[in-house]
Design a protein around this ligand. Structure first.
Ligand SMILES: NC(=O)c1ccc[n+]([C@@H]2O[C@H](COP(=O)([O-])OP(=O)(O)OC[C@H]3O[C@@H](n4cnc5c(N)ncnc54)[C@H](OP(=O)(O)O)[C@@H]3O)[C@@H](O)[C@H]2O)c1
Length: 275
């Protein structure tokens, strides 16, 4: 991976942190992204110590804020002239309905619009970089996702599990639609369910050491599919696919619904004030 530039979002903990450590160890210039300075600095130290690679940088971004995403993308583009791998991984689930400063439901804003806007703003650079890859960290819980296009914000019927499942279905609809749009370029995009992992996922106190109660496998094991999709020659040129860990599989029937994907795309463009 020497000479390549990789971004891993959500790299302060869990599978994002492990992925960043391994990409850096393989020699990639690795960009960590964090919303909290203390957690970001601690991840930066850990990645540099583990990888013995000095080409590791921390950039700040809160994916619940679109202006923060714009600033992050602009900062990155001022500093780097290539982007080989973008791992969209920062994600969350909340028992209570929360809204962003812009009034968007938080799970949808971070898990879907965060990936959507980040990718959109970095797409030119990805397309200019030979054989670049976008990795979308989704979940098998997309199988329970339904998405009511007229109730994307779960206004009156909030349930944390439903909002999360819908956001992960949105990840797949986005992946397949963008893969189609990228057809003919050598930028690939694939989605992955990493497994059910013992990370801080779903733990609301982000500085605690608690782990996801249903988590079964270690973050090191959970990160393997992200590292595989980011680096392996086996998946060179493979795009628009869903991986259940390392296996290419079909995702839910709804995730291939082109009308739903188009509608979600249009709404997402509008919600991100993009044309
Ligand atoms: N764990 C599982 O069983 C499982 C299963 C399927 C899919 N996934 C997916 O895997 C991805 C990584 O989760 P994980 O299990 O590694 O959980 P985790 O340990 O909780 O890591 C989540 C990461 O996302 C970051 N993040 C959350 N909200 C953010 C925001 N608004 N702005 C910036 N960063 C934000 C967190 O940063 P902070 O340190 O600042 O909180 C953290 O670095 C998620 O997309 C999740 O949906 C996880």
């Amino acid at each position: 991976m020497k000479g390549k530039v990789c971004i891993v979002t959500g790299s302060t903990s869990g599978i994002g942190l492990v992925t960043a450590k391994e990409l850096a160890k393989m020699g990639a210039t690795t960009i960590l992204v964090a919303r909290d300075k203390t957690r970001g600095q601690s991840a930066l130290t850990e990645v540099i110590e583990y990888s013995e690679n000095e080409n590791v940088e921390l950039l700040m971004c809160d994916f619940s804020s679109q202006s923060s995403i714009v600033t992050f993308a602009e900062t990155f583009k001022r500093k780097y002239n290539r982007l080989d791998v973008l791992v969209n991984n920062a994600g969350m689930m909340s028992q209570q309905r929360q809204v962003t400063d812009a009034g968007l439901e938080l799970t949808f804003a971070v898990n879907h619009l965060g990936y959507f806007l980040t990718t959109f703003l970095l797409l030119d650079l990805l397309k200019e970089t030979r054989d670049s890859r976008i990795v979308v960290v989704a979940s098998d819980l997309h199988l329970r996702g339904r998405i009511d296009i007229n109730n994307l914000m779960h206004t009156n019927d909030y349930n944390g599990f439903t909002a999360y499942s819908d956001s992960k279905l949105a990840n797949l609809l986005f992946t397949y639609k963008l893969a189609n749009l990228l057809d003919g370029s050598d930028t690939t995009i694939n989605a992955v369910h990493p497994g059910v992992i013992k990370t801080k996922f779903g733990v609301e106190d982000r500085s605690s050491t608690k782990t996801f109660s249903a988590g079964r496998i270690s973050p090191e094991e959970g990160a393997k599919p992200l590292i595989y999709l980011s680096t392996s020659p086996d998946v060179q040129g493979v795009s628009g696919k869903y991986f259940n860990r390392l296996d290419m599989e079909q995702s839910s029937a709804l995730s291939y619904d082109k009308e739903l994907a188009d509608a979600l795309w249009q709404k997402s463009m509008a919600l991100c004030s993009l044309r």
